[in-house]
Write a protein that binds this ligand. Structure first.
Ligand SMILES: NC(=O)c1ccc[n+]([C@@H]2O[C@H](COP(=O)([O-])OP(=O)(O)OC[C@H]3O[C@@H](n4cnc5c(N)ncnc54)[C@H](OP(=O)(O)O)[C@@H]3O)[C@@H](O)[C@H]2O)c1
Length: 274
């Protein structure tokens, strides 16, 4: 069983989950059910991943009670705006076959569209209607967060952003901490770019763990929620096995020094793909 983090709306989120980006629609139900039976309790999906139906099927196939599973999905960029976001959420719930998700996120701010504030107001409505138990955002930067908080008085519970040893985003994480926003790390393994880095290799040898486990444990110890993806059962199992060891302060500091501000994914200030 994994640890939980407190959300600013009095709910909780499992610290570790698994992601469904690029998991083929045909195998998503099996991957989801396998991961849940293995011990994962958080499943991260999105409308744009094209596999919400499999996400929902996998949840039912797992045999676990619905309330034991934390389900996330996201509103895609083309569906931003107040009314479109309301409709997009209904579409996601229908595909998932669920009455409510645990967490609904705006996938990207898309600053050029300038609709994320209206979309945020729609998420506030959806939470009041019980369709999303908690609401948050993804890929938001400080100005976007300041604007939605300032205009609505409602602070997202979580911001899902790219974090890995080469892109640690310390300024954004400090902002999150100040506002009690959970940081959730996407592409946490950073396309394997740090697997061979000396501090990762040294910690892996010392702890008897793999480089991937060391990096995921680093996410856990910086206090982030983390959602690695693996389509392999062995990979899912490996990524779940993070709670019987700890990195030392020196190992954490050595990994912190790997930060070079280099992204794997797009820059949210400029990404407006609809
Ligand atoms: N909000 C956003 O904009 C956004 C963007 C990107 C991702 N995400 C979310 O974050 C999740 C994770 O990010 P991600 O899928 O980009 O990347 P990731 O989890 O960092 O890495 C996945 C890749 O690493 C491999 N892998 C997994 N476990 C491994 C291990 N123990 N050892 C070696 N290789 C391993 C996987 O291959 P195998 O399948 O072969 O194991 C896959 O190629 C996504 O699935 C999605 O839910 C969100």
């Amino acid at each position: 069983m994994t640890q939980v983090l407190a959300l600013n709306d009095s709910r909780q989120i499992p610290q570790l989950g698994f992601g469904l980006w690029q998991v083929p629609a045909a195998t998503t139900a099996e991957t989801t059910a396998t991961a849940l039976r293995m011990g994962y309790r958080l499943v991260d999906g999105a409308a744009i991943y094209g596999n919400e139906a499999g996400q929902g099927d996998g949840i039912r196939r797992s045999g676990l009670p619905r309330e034991d599973i934390f389900v996330t999905t996201k509103v895609w960029n083309s569906e931003q705006g107040f009314d479109k976001t309301l409709r997009a959420a209904d579409g996601s719930l229908k595909r998932l076959g669920l009455d409510q998700v645990d967490l609904l996120l705006i996938h990207w701010p898309c600053p050029a569209q300038d609709l994320y504030l209206d979309s945020w107001r729609a998420l506030i409505r959806l939470q009041k209607e019980g369709k999303a138990l908690s609401i948050g955002v993804s890929n938001f930067q400080e100005p976007h967060l300041e604007r939605i908080i300032g205009e609505t008085g409602v602070t997202p519970v979580l911001n899902q952003v790219e974090i890995n040893p080469r892109l640690q985003q310390p300024g954004l994480r400090a902002f999150h901490d100040k506002h009690k926003i959970v940081t959730q790390s996407w592409t946490p393994l950073g396309q394997g770019r740090s697997f061979d880095a000396a501090p990762v290799q040294a910690a892996a040898t010392r702890a008897g763990k793999t480089p991937a486990q060391v990096i995921l444990r680093w996410h856990v110890q910086i206090g982030a929620s983390v959602i690695p993806r693996s389509t392999r059962e062995a990979g899912l199992r490996e990524n779940l096995d993070l709670f019987d060891f700890a990195l030392t302060d020196a190992e954490m500091a050595a990994i912190a020094a790997l930060d070079e501000g280099a992204r794997c994914g797009p820059d949210p200030a400029r990404f407006n793909m609809a």
